[in-house]
Design a protein around this ligand. Structure first.
Ligand SMILES: NC(=O)c1ccc[n+]([C@@H]2O[C@H](COP(=O)([O-])OP(=O)(O)OC[C@H]3O[C@@H](n4cnc5c(N)ncnc54)[C@H](OP(=O)(O)O)[C@@H]3O)[C@@H](O)[C@H]2O)c1
Length: 284
């Protein structure tokens, strides 16, 4: 994915002494790593990342200006904080590889969908501090949504560090682990649903005669503005919808079509299906 300028609302003080390993710096791990760099959260010399392929590691190392290799054990050995960014089914093998580097004083943050903190604790063989996080791709622009949950051996200070890290890339909530698959189905996968809605609205704009670029801008800004209204006013979305819906006006006609087309039920079912799938991912 192309590098995009991150607009930080507030630049946090660097965590200069924290050494970080991002193991599996792919789409999501890479987005987080780049956002941390842009936000000046960690010193670049203290970041060590890995990917699966050596040629990719070399290219990313040049692009990001941090050490990127394929050596997970070396990267984990140098880190206080280890972020697991590989696919869920790859987590057990990765843990086996870095096991000699794991100790009680390190913090693991796993962004892998479906993989339970207990399974990471048990595979590690030590009373390891494991935090599970489910971020999403708008973290790239500091507009992410992330949920965190804690494993059995996480201290308050370790949890605070994780919250601080994810707050630099967006809105962060803490939930019980039993909710993590639901978070995956809602906000982890959610950007894809919203892109489809924006794309469809833009197509609709084209259908009613707008140039595509204007239609896309209007659709995206409308989604952004509506989301901002919900978050910043604290009003129920239904109340905000009612404020747009003049009696016998145009909006109610549009809403009628949405209800007839089953948009509401379709979105609910999409999140339910994604949540169900999230429960299975760790098994491969
Ligand atoms: N994408 C999202 O929106 C999103 C959101 C929340 C959470 N997640 C979670 O993030 C994780 C990664 O998903 P993704 O979409 O970012 O996938 P991805 O782009 O395929 O990233 C996986 C990364 O892992 C690397 N990798 C593979 N084997 C490795 C190994 N043995 N050692 C070190 N690195 C290795 C891959 O490197 P190569 O490319 O060189 O093979 C790649 O960089 C998943 O667990 C997913 O549940 C993703």
């Amino acid at each position: 994915m192309a590098e995009i300028a991150v607009e930080a609302t507030e630049v946090p003080a660097q965590l200069p002494r924290v050494r970080v390993a991002v193991l599996g710096a792919g789409k999501m791990g890479g987005i987080l790593l780049q956002a941390f760099l842009k936000q000046n959260l960690f010193a670049p010399d203290n970041i060590h990342a890995t990917v699966g392929h050596a040629e990719k590691a070399q290219a990313l190392s040049i692009q990001w200006g941090v050490d990127v290799s394929t050596d997970n054990l070396a990267a984990a050995s140098k880190a206080d904080l280890i972020l697991l960014g590989v696919k869920p089914f790859q987590v057990p093998d990765l843990l086996a590889e870095i096991r000699p580097a794991l100790s009680k004083d390190k913090t693991i943050i796993s962004i892998a969908a479906s993989v339970k903190t207990r399974s990471i604790e048990e595979t590690s063989g030590v009373d390891l501090a494991v935090i599970r996080a489910m971020p999403n791709t708008p973290s790239m622009l500091g507009a992410g949504a992330a949920a965190l949950c804690r494993g059995r051996f996480v201290s308050a200070a370790q949890m605070e560090l994780a919250e601080r890290i994810f707050e630099t890339v967006g809105r962060t909530v803490t939930v019980d682990e039993k909710h993590m698959d639901a978070v995956t189905g809602l906000s982890g996968s959610g950007p894809a649903y919203i892109y489809i809605i924006i794309e469809a609205l833009a197509e609709a704009g084209v259908k009613v005669g707008l140039p595509r670029d204007i239609a896309t801008q209007l659709a995206a800004q409308t989604a952004f503005g509506a989301a901002k209204m919900v978050l910043e006013t604290g009003y129920h979305p239904a109340l905000l919808k009612d404020a747009v819906t003049t009696p016998a006006g145009c909006t109610i006609d549009g809403i009628l079509e949405l209800e007839e087309g089953g948009l509401r039920v379709t979105l609910i079912k999409a999140v339910m299906r994604a949540t169900e799938r999230a429960k299975q991912l760790a098994a491969g």
